[in-house]
Design a protein. Structure first.
Length: 276
């Protein structure tokens, strides 16, 4: 009898343990992986942090890597949400649902001690192509211009090339390449002769923003299109989002998510749409 009792106790304990594991598993947090643009990354992190505070059962991991990585991750389904800070080409859109968080300006940043206050897009093109090499050619000091650019695959670089450089003009090959907006800002902050382009959403007063064509970057000028250096911030999902991913995106596109985007200096688009 004792042996039978021991066996019964062991079986009961095993059943309780299995049930506990199943309960723990069913109650564990689901995970959403967000991957892509380093410009979108801090905004996505803030959205994730705010969302998780009211949805503790959802864990959102946000990583950078660049817009190209975000697009490919969404296409491959290796990330639940890919992020991009550039318009998608027609072949990149295939099979993806696209959500526009809003517009971000591309700010032309120089050192705070630089006396130049503004440039035209043509001057920018000539500077980055190497046609203009000294600040005194655009009303500044007699000093060689040091070009700071972004790495291949950067949405900020793609947008800058499309808007400023055009199809046939290349950025000078000896431009210093940095891998993020913050790295560009640090280079410009430390070098009085440097020029770079950075995300408006992450602009700060440790560098100086130039006007472009006489227009300063601001919420208003980005919203009305008068500041021409701008691009979208996008969430991308393979197919149609479902479950926790859909709920998160719905929240991001809601007034509550819009409040976070506004705080992060993302200008909401008036014709915001999604497509598959």
């Amino acid at each position: 009898m004792k042996r039978n009792n021991i066996i019964i106790i062991i079986v009961v304990v095993a059943i309780i343990a299995i049930a506990a594991m199943m309960f723990a598993s069913s109650g564990s947090a689901s995970t959403i992986d967000v991957v892509g643009s380093t410009s979108v990354q801090p905004v996505a992190e803030k959205l994730a942090e705010t969302y998780q505070s009211s949805h503790p059962d959802v864990k959102i991991n946000v990583q950078g890597g660049g817009s190209s990585v975000g697009i490919k991750s969404a296409q491959d389904g290796t990330a639940d949400i890919g992020t991009s800070s550039k318009e998608l080409k027609s072949d990149e859109k295939k099979g993806l649902s696209e959500y526009t968080l809003g517009q971000d300006g591309i700010v032309i940043a120089v050192n705070n001690n630089n006396t130049v206050s503004g440039l035209t897009t043509e001057q920018l093109k000539d500077i980055y192509s190497g046609k203009i090499t000294n600040w005194n050619e655009v009303g500044g000091p007699d000093a060689t211009i040091h070009l700071i650019t972004r790495e291949e695959g950067s949405g900020t670089l793609d947008a800058f090339e499309a808007i400023v450089m055009g199809k046939d003009t290349k950025i000078k090959s000896d431009a210093i390449v940095q891998s993020s907006t913050e790295a560009v800002k640090q280079s410009v902050k430390q070098d009085p002769d440097a020029i770079g382009f950075v995300s408006y959403a992450h602009m700060s007063d440790d560098v100086k923003a130039l006007t472009v064509g006489g227009v300063a970057p601001s919420d208003a000028t980005i919203a009305d299109g008068s500041y021409e250096l701008q691009r979208p911030f996008l969430f991308l999902v393979k197919g149609t989002p479902t479950g926790d991913v859909k709920e998160f995106i719905d929240w991001v596109m809601s007034p509550e998510g819009s409040k976070v985007l506004t705080e992060e200096k993302i200008v909401k688009s008036s014709n915001q749409t999604s497509s598959t």
